[in-house]
Each structure stands twice: as C-alpha cells, then as structure tokens.
Design a protein around this ligand. Structure first.
Ligand code: C2E
Ligand code: CA
Ligand code: CA
Length: 597
C-alpha cells in the first residue's frame, strides 16, 4: 500500500444529506472534493494514483478503483508521454513545489480529451518527494476553440484551403527544403477565366459555389507534398517541391483539365477555364538565398513572377499556361515603358485619328466615318490600337485618351460637315472603362458645346463587354447619352453574351456585324450567322453595319440579306482627315462590278 500524504487521508464516498453552515466539517470537505468538476488526485512518489475523485470517472470513463495503483502516464496520450514525464521529473529533481502542463488523455472508450494538470509536490524535511496532489481540468472545449481560431487565421473561410498568410509560410519552408534537398521548386498561380461573369450573371452565391467546387477539385488533384491554397478572389496558388521543368507541363495540363470539367451551379452547367502561370526555383538559387538571409525576398519574387506569367497567359488568350522566363520579365518592363510613354503621348500630342468610311451598299455613298486612334511614337513609328490600347485600358489611361479622341472626332466632324457637301456621321469607339468612368455624359456635353459638333452626327460604338459588368449602370448611362441626342451602336456584335431581352432595353440604333462573321459569309455557317444577326436586328428595329468587308462577294451577300451599310478595306481604308474630306463615293462602275461578282 502506498504511503498516504500526511495532511489528508483519502475518504470513502459520502452518501446522505449534508449539513451546511457553521464550522467546516470533515464531511463537508469530503463532499466538496467529491463533487467538483475537476479531477482531484493524489499520487505516490513514483506517480501512481493513490486517490481520484469521481470526476475522473465522469470525464474519462475509467473505474476509479481499478485505476488506483496504476501509473498516471498510462492515461496520457502516447505522443504526449515523454513531454509529460520530462516536466514531472524536472519538477521532482529541481526541488520545485508545483508544476503545470497540458496533455491529451485517452478516455476509456479510446477517445481523446485535452487536460490541464496542476500538481503540487510534497516533500519531507530532507526535500525527498512524498508524493503529489493536484487537479486535472478538462480543457478540451477551450483547446478546440483555440485550434479553430488558429485555423481561421491561416485558412480561407469559404474554401477551407490555406490562406495567403499560410501560403507565405509554406513557401518559405519550401524554399528551405529546396535549398537542402537540391530539388527544383515550382510555384503555380491559377486564376479562373472570366470569373467575374459568373458573379455578375449568376450572383455571388453561385460564384462562391464555383470557388468551393474548384478548390475541392484542386485538392483532389494535388499529390502528397503539394500545398494548395486560395490566394484571394479567384486566384489559387500551388506549391510543389517535386517537379522537374519537364514534369511541369503535364502537371499544369492536369490542372487545366481539372478546372474545365463541367460544374453544375444554380441549375446550370458551367464550363470554366483557368489561366496558369508558374515560376520555378533551382536548388542553387534557393541555397544562395538561405545563406544570404533573403528567403523572404525570394518568396516575394517567385510569387510576383508566377503572377506575371499568369497574367501573360490571360493576355494571350486565356485557358493556357505560361512559365515565367526572362522574356516575361522583358514584356512586363516593355508594358511599363509603354504606359509611361503613353501618359506623355497624350500631353505631347502624339496621338492622331484615322477615319475609315462607312458606305451605303446600295448607292455607294459615304454615309459616315469611324474614327480610329493611332499613336505616332517618336521611336517606334506609327502604332495601331493593338499595340497600346490594352495598356491604356489596364492603366486607366483609356479615360483621358478617350476624351481626347471624342474631342478630336467632334472637331473632325465639324470640318467634314463644312467641307463636304453631304452630311456624314462620325463613329467613335468607347471602351468599357470609359463608358463607366465618372463624368462621361457631362464631358461629352461640354465637348459638343465647345466644338459645335451636332450630337446627331456623333455615334458611339460600344462593345458588349462594356455593357456586361454592370448592366444596369450601363443602361442608365446609355439612356443619358441617347438623351443628349447621340446615336449608339453595338460594336463587334455576335462575339459577346448579350441576351435579347437585355438588348431590347437599350436605346441602341445599330448593330455592327463583327468581321469574323462577314469573313465567313462565303461558307454556309457564316451566311446563316449573318442572316441570324440580320433578323435579330430587324426584330429589334436596329440598323446594321457590316465590318471588315474585303471582298465583292461579301457585298452581294450582305445586300441580299438586307444589310445596307458596310465598312472595310474593299470600300475604303482608314485615312487621315485631309483624305477623308475628299473621300468619294464608291463609283457607279465599281458598284456594277461589285454586283456582278
Ligand atoms: P474596331 O472598332 O472593330 O475597329 C475596326 C478595326 O478593323 C480597325 O482596326 C480597322 O482598321 C480594322 N478594319 C477595318 N476594315 C477592315 C478590313 O476590311 N479588314 C481587316 N482585316 N480589318 C479592317 P484598328 O484601327 O487597328 O482598331 C482596332 C480596334 O481598336 C478597334 O476595333 C477598336 O476596338 C479599338 N479602337 C480603335 N480606336 C479606338 C479609340 O479611339 N478608342 C477606343 N476605345 N478603342 C479604339
Ligand atoms: Ca468600332
Ligand atoms: Ca468592330
């Protein structure tokens, strides 16, 4: 029998009523000890239980009598035993009076509870241990709450994936592993294509559902050793430390097919795609950063490079992978230069407009012009919109650029009106960003007043992408523009997603049939497509202008289908104002030739 601790002898269970009040009695102490929520224990100097109150049974399910005489360590989770023992031995040998620790205890039915132990050691006059007593509190709920808090700080609440903070940590750890293990490290950025459209057309709940579905799929596609997290928005990041550059292609191929399998959301089947960018790190560069103490900087560079590569994948058609290279860096620098120069170009007057005639296909008369912007770059020569409009869009410079274009086109319209006998309208392209920029309507009213151009001669060409992001706002602005007396035309028609009911609400005057349809009019499908657009236009009471007319056959086919106006290299190239002033109707002889084809 173990020696009991002198100041208190274990007592049998108390039953029956207790008297309260007055001086504390032994019974009342006993009742207190046996009714508290916490386990109260005594153990001998070797750590074997000599007393356990009923809470022991209540919390862990063991029979108290069977536990007496067994070592306390038997009940501690195997993974926590060593740490527990260390604290216990340390307390005993260093002469400390008490200790506190947390450990997992295994319950009678094999479960696990987190317990907080406070133990006091009793010693004899020479300092030798006589045993211990103390409390064991069940802190499982508190522990789980703490774990949940930690999880929330490091995980994305929508998808449950590691969040940006955790990804940063994982990346730093992966760089260290790369440095030590001489394996290349790959960092992959995956961004869903046109995700905004899902949000805008199906609502944010559907968007959330899509993100969760994609997250789940990426997790399934991941192999051990790969970390997948949500970087933000519709951006996911994958860290893999077992890829060779050759394996990278098949890896990202796997990602593309994972994302592109149909997802059903809000009762619809969606076909998604993603643009992927990757950056790779060689073991030598990782080791260098570790020895220089620049791992954090290296991590930031890897992220930036993968992001740039992803951005480039988007720019070059989406649904593809781009691996970061020196070229990617050069392109970014070039883009940055273009932006800086474009800012100056607007001020320095390096922009100019070219005017492409729009022709009445029946009479050959010039009925209008489309203003097309050019940039006379001091070093690179005359640049087309394709060379700089994207930079203008992304940087927001398209707004001041567009205001300049509008003013210049209005001035040209006045010149054309004065110098040509017939009236011709002036079509100006307005991008999505300009459309939704603040003050467009007021600025246009000022421009019209200052230049003296007639609003009814001015036609704004909008694309469907300009209308989609915020359909209601776009419709409201369009109504204001129409109220100013302007004509509105829907450019590149057929390449977007507009629904018929939506188009019906808009104060449009015409549709421009996209060049891709006109160029295919010789083929059966192309013809059917143009015919469909024509009947749609008719149903909506809209006029049509065919773009990119390059072939007499197209003129005939278009005329047959009832399209009255055409624009294209066959009918006139974009020309400077001086030439536009003298642009002549397509001659009757040409027209006869055209119609004979
Ligand atoms: P868009 O509005 O579809 O303009 C028509 C484009 O097709 C022009 O190219 C024009 O030169 C070209 N084109 C005309 N006829 C033919 C043809 O028969 N065959 C072929 N292959 N092409 C033809 P450009 O001038 O390079 O303009 C490209 C795009 O840049 C325009 O497409 C428009 O979206 C945008 N853009 C041009 N000027 C402006 C502007 O001032 N502001 C804004 N926001 N965008 C502009
Ligand atoms: Ca246009
Ligand atoms: Ca167009």
């Amino acid at each position: 029998m173990v020696q009991a601790i002198p100041w208190w002898t274990p007592m049998p269970h108390v039953r029956g009523p207790l008297k309260v009040g007055g001086r504390p009695t032994a019974d009342r102490y006993r009742w207190l000890v046996e009714s508290v929520q916490e386990v109260i224990f005594e153990a001998d100097p070797e750590g074997r239980w000599t007393y356990l109150n009923p809470a022991w049974h209540r919390i862990l399910g063991y029979d108290v009598d069977q536990c007496l005489g067994t070592p306390f360590l038997d009940y501690v989770h195997p993974e926590d035993r060593q740490a527990n023992l260390d604290i216990f031995v340390d307390t005993l040998t260093t002469g400390k009076e008490k200790c506190r620790f947390e450990a997992r205890y295994v319950t009678a039915d094999g479960g696990v509870r987190w317990m907080e132990i406070h133990a006091w050691i009793f010693r004899d006059a020479a300092g030798a241990s006589l045993g211990s007593t103390g409390t064991i509190t069940d802190v499982t709920e508190r522990h789980l709450a703490k774990l949940e808090l930690e999880r929330r700080a490091t995980h994305d609440s929508l998808t449950g994936l590691p969040n940006r903070a955790l990804l940063d940590q994982e990346l730093v750890a992966a760089i260290h592993r790369c440095a030590a293990g001489e394996r290349p490290l790959a960092l992959v950025f995956l961004d869903l294509d046109r995700f905004k459209l899902v949000n805008d057309s199906l609502g944010h709940d559907a968007g959330d559902e899509v993100l969760r579905a994609v997250a789940g799929r990426l997790q399934q596609a991941a192999q051990s050793g790969e970390v997948i997290g949500r970087f933000g928005g519709d951006e996911f990041v994958l860290i893999s430390d077992m890829l060779s550059p050759a394996a990278m292609r098949s890896f990202t191929h796997r990602l593309h097919s994972t994302v592109s399998a149909p997802i059903s959301v809000a009762g619809r089947e969606l076909g998604l795609s993603a643009s992927v960018g990757a950056s790779m790190l060689a073991a030598t560069a990782a080791a260098q950063a570790v020895s220089d103490g620049t791992v954090a900087e290296l991590a930031a560079t890897l992220l930036r490079d993968a992001d740039s590569a992803m951005y480039h994948a988007k720019e070059t058609g989406r649904d593809r992978t781009e691996i970061f290279s020196a070229d990617t860096r050069a392109r970014i620098v070039n883009k940055f230069d273009t932006e800086t120069e474009l800012r100056l170009a607007i001020i320095r007057g390096e922009l100019l407009l070219m005017y492409q005639p729009q022709i009445d296909l029946g009479t050959g008369a010039v009925v209008g012009f489309e203003a097309l912007v050019r940039w006379d770059h001091p070093q690179r020569g005359r640049l087309l919109p394709a060379d700089f409009m994207e930079v203008a869009e992304d940087s927001g410079l398209v707004v001041p650029l567009g205001r300049w274009v509008l003013a210049e086109a209005c001035r040209a319209s006045v010149v054309l009106e004065r110098t040509r006998n017939q009236s011709a309208r002036m079509a100006v392209n307005v991008s999505a960003r300009e459309m939704l920029s603040s003050g467009l309507v007021a600025d246009l009213a000022d421009i019209l007043a200052e230049t003296g151009a007639s609003p009814d001669r001015l036609c704004l060409e909008l694309t469907e992408s300009a209308l989609l992001p915020d359909a209601d706002a776009a419709a409201a602005i369009m109504t204001e523009l129409a109220d100013l007396g302007l004509q509105l035309s829907l450019d590149d028609f057929g390449t977007g997603f507009s629904s018929l009911t939506y188009l019906q609400r808009l104060p449009l005057r015409e549709l421009k049939i996209d060049r891709s349809f006109v160029s295919q009019i010789q083929q059966k499908d192309g013809l059917a497509m143009v015919a469909a657009v024509m009947s749609l236009a008719e149903a909506l009471g809209l006029e049509t202008v065919a773009e990119g007319v390059e072939d007499p056959y197209q003129v005939r086919a278009l005329t047959k289908l009832g399209c009255t106006t055409g624009q294209g290299f066959l009918l006139g190239h974009p020309a400077e104002l001086a030439d536009a002033v003298t642009a002549r109707p397509v001659l009757p002889s040409q027209r006869r030739a055209l119609s004979r084809v």
